[in-house]
Design a binder for this molecule. Structure first.
Ligand code: UD1
Length: 337
């Protein structure tokens, strides 16, 4: 599989995956509606790799454009990142999330069926485990969703599984990401959130760069070693290589499979602050406030399945993640502009 369509390829995880694909000599076409990302990310990927991807500004709700795209290309597989991803916004505008994420995926799959392309890697999330009863979390743990964003991820997983049950020539990898952070070591591409970040790492880097006064830690009395909530942070470059391994898997061992992509290691909010201070020498002022509604207490992955079946593992630790996030933020204090 050498000719890959990447939906949402200008976003945070998409751009890092495109970089890795180009480095490995894949032919890459990126489609994106640029609603939440900038084309500049792809330009920088091309500069870093010295290779080009084909870009088309296409919205997955545009059925005609998708048909045209598939009729004029011969894709081997699709990596599907495109989707809205802000939890708070999804609660405020649920229909926007259902329409964009679910209808968009159905349109994509229909275009794939019509073109006879039946290999897909889907960008799912650990959000499908809700507030898990125990960690490390295995792929067959109970699933739930606590907000419209999470429900779109879970629903798309079900849609793709049902596609495979109806036609087992579909080859599908559902990748459940834990908490992607970090940036490419060049500092040229990274996470570029709109407005005030709701995720921890971009919030910390914006405090460090002086754009925000202090971090508010959501909850200091959780039943954890230091009272703050625990997550499985994974470097976006390690996450990106997981997608290439998933493509190889679809080739060598067809069928449908679900994989957790994390490090398998839990870190508290205070652990992240300590690692950030170690990596950068910067102090992060913080106060502890109320818990954020809907937050899990402890959520980290069992990554044995991905390690064994994808022959994939992570190489970067929390200090690396903090150093690279900070490098990106420092070089690009206002994102891609
Ligand atoms: C959040 C989403 C999750 C989504 C994921 C995508 C919620 C409730 N969950 O996950 O559905 O899949 O992002 O990346 O929004 N924290 C602070 N202060 C902050 C920001 C975060 O203390 O200003 C804490 C959080 O309480 C949490 C940890 O940092 O314990 C990580 O938060 P975050 O980066 O938002 O990720 P998740 O909550 O795991």
């Amino acid at each position: 599989m050498k000719n890959i369509l990447v939906t949402g390829g200008t976003g945070f995880i998409g751009s890092h995956t495109v970089l890795e694909l180009l480095n490995q000599n894949y032919r890459v076409t990126v489609i994106d509606n640029l609603s939440n990302s900038k084309l500049e990310s792809l330009k920088r990927v091309e500069t870093i790799t010295g290779r080009n991807a084909c870009f088309k500004k296409i919205d997955l709700l545009d059925v005609k454009a998708l048909e045209e795209l598939f009729s004029t290309n011969d894709f081997d597989a699709v990596i599907h990142f495109a989707g809205l991803k802000a939890v708070g916004e999804s609660v405020e505008y649920p229909l926007r999330y259902y329409k964009n994420n679910i209808n968009g995926t159905v349109n994509l799959c229909e275009a794939m069926v019509n073109a006879g392309v039946k290999n897909i890697v889907f960008s799912s999330s650990a959000t499908v485990y809700g507030d898990p009863e125990k960690s490390p979390i295995l792929e067959d743990s109970p699933l739930t969703s606590v907000n419209p964003y999470g429900r779109t991820k879970l629903t798309i997983e079900y849609i793709l599984q049902e596609l495979h049950y109806a036609d087992d020539t579909w080859n599908i990898a559902l990748l459940r990401y834990f908490n992607p952070v970090g940036a490419h070591e060049s500092g040229e591409i990274g996470e570029d959130p709109n407005g005030i970040p709701s995720n921890l790492m971009p919030f910390i880097t914006q405090v460090a760069v002086g754009k925000l006064p202090e971090l508010k830690i959501f909850g200091g009395n959780y039943p954890t070693h230091d009272g703050t909530a625990i997550r499985d942070y994974i470097h976006v470059c390690d996450l990106a290589t997981g997608h290439l391994k998933a493509l190889e898997k679809l080739d060598e061992n067809p069928g449908i499979a679900i994989y957790n992509l994390g490090t398998g290691k839990g870190s508290s909010v205070l652990d992240v602050i300590t690692a950030f201070e170690k990596a950068t020498g910067m102090m992060i002022p913080y106060t502890i406030t109320d818990r954020r509604s809907g937050d899990a207490v402890i959520c980290y992955a069992d990554v044995t399945k991905a390690n064994n079946e994808l022959n994939w593992k992570t190489h970067r630790d929390l200090v690396d993640m903090c150093r690279d996030s900070w490098n990106w933020q420092q070089k690009n204090p206002d994102g891609y502009l």
